[in-house]
Design a binder for this molecule. Structure first.
Ligand code: URA
Length: 258
C-alpha cells in the first residue's frame, strides 16, 4: 500500500503510466482507492469515497483513506469481502436515437449503459450525445483516460453530420469555420464542409451542451437530425445503431498516447 499520494510531478507521470502495460498486456500502475473500487464495479468514484469515509474499505487489513493508492498486489476488501480489480475496457457504441447518455435515467428512458449490458465490466460514457443524436460514443472504465479525453486541452476531434433546414451557403460555412458567438462565449474555429444541399459536416474539438445545434441555429440553419460519424479518430464502420464493439489494442494505444 502507498498511503500517501505521490508528489505532484510523480502524480502526472503516474497518470501517464496508467496507459503503460506490462509485456503481457497487464495494467500494472497504482491507482487511487476510489478509482480501484469503481473499476471493481462496486460504485462510482463519488460513492466509493463515501464507502471509504464510512470505514467500510480496508487495504491490506488497514482502513483505506481517500488518499490511499493501491496496485494489484494490495488486498482490498469491502465490508470484509475481497475485491478484484476489473480489466480496463474500452467500447465504441453506435448510439441510436431515443437513448440517453447517462448511467441511469430518473425518467426511466433507455440508457447507453444498458445497451452494453453484456459487458462484464462497468463502463460509463465519455462525454455526452443528446437523446436524439446518433453515432459514435466511447464508453470505458478507465477514468483517467475519460477525464483526459473530455478535457478541451486534449482537443479530441468530433465529427458531426447535420441535416439542417434551408441550404447553407459559403457565408454560413465561413462563419462556422471562424467560430460562432454563443450565449456561453465564442466557439473555437471549426471545420465545415457541405455534403449536400441540406447536409453539413462539422468537425469540432469542444464539447459544450447542444453545441452543434446551437452553432447551426446561429447561422440560420437549425438542425433536423444529428449524427456523430467519428470520435477521436474512431469511426463506426460495421456497427449498426445499437451495436458496439470493444476497441482493438492498437486503438486503445492510440487514445492513451494522446
Ligand atoms: N452537439 C449537439 O448539439 N448535440 C449533440 O448531441 C452533440 C453535439
Amino acid at each position: 500500500m502507498a498511503p500517501q499520494p505521490p508528489p505532484r510531478g510523480e502524480r502526472s507521470r503516474e497518470t501517464r503510466a496508467h496507459g503503460k502495460r506490462g509485456r503481457d498486456g497487464s495494467d500494472n500502475s497504482s491507482v487511487r482507492l476510489n478509482a480501484y473500487l469503481a473499476r471493481a464495479g462496486v460504485a462510482s468514484r463519488r460513492k466509493a469515497d463515501e464507502l471509504i469515509k464510512a470505514g467500510r474499505v480496508t487495504v491490506n487489513g488497514e482502513p483505506g483513506r481517500l488518499n490511499t493508492f493501491v496496485d494489484r498486489r494490495d488486498r482490498v476488501e469491502l465490508d470484509g469481502r475481497p475485491l478484484a480489480r476489473q480489466p480496463l475496457t474500452y467500447v465504441l457504441l453506435h448510439k441510436p436515437a431515443g437513448v440517453v447518455t447517462t448511467v441511469s435515467d430518473p425518467q426511466g428512458r433507455d440508457t447507453v449503459v444498458e445497451l452494453v449490458a453484456g459487458l462484464e465490466t462497468r463502463v460509463v460514457p465519455v462525454g455526452r450525445l443528446d437523446a436524439d443524436t446518433t453515432g459514435a460514443l466511447l464508453l470505458t472504465n478507465d477514468g483517467e483516460l475519460a477525464h483526459r479525453l473530455a478535457h478541451p486541452r486534449y482537443e479530441v476531434e468530433k465529427v458531426y453530420v447535420a441535416e439542417v433546414e434551408g441550404e447553407p451557403g459559403d457565408a454560413a460555412l465561413r462563419r462556422l469555420e471562424q467560430g460562432i458567438e454563443l450565449d456561453d462565449g465564442p466557439t473555437a474555429p471549426a471545420r465545415a464542409r457541405r455534403l449536400g444541399p441540406h447536409h453539413v459536416e462539422l468537425s469540432i474539438h469542444e464539447g459544450r451542451k447542444h453545441q452543434v445545434k446551437r452553432m447551426l441555429a446561429e447561422v440560420g440553419h437549425p438542425v433536423t437530425r444529428l449524427h456523430r460519424s467519428a470520435y477521436a479518430g474512431l469511426r463506426l464502420e460495421g456497427l449498426e445503431p445499437g451495436q458496439w464493439r470493444e476497441l482493438e489494442p492498437f486503438e486503445v494505444e492510440r487514445l492513451l498516447a494522446r
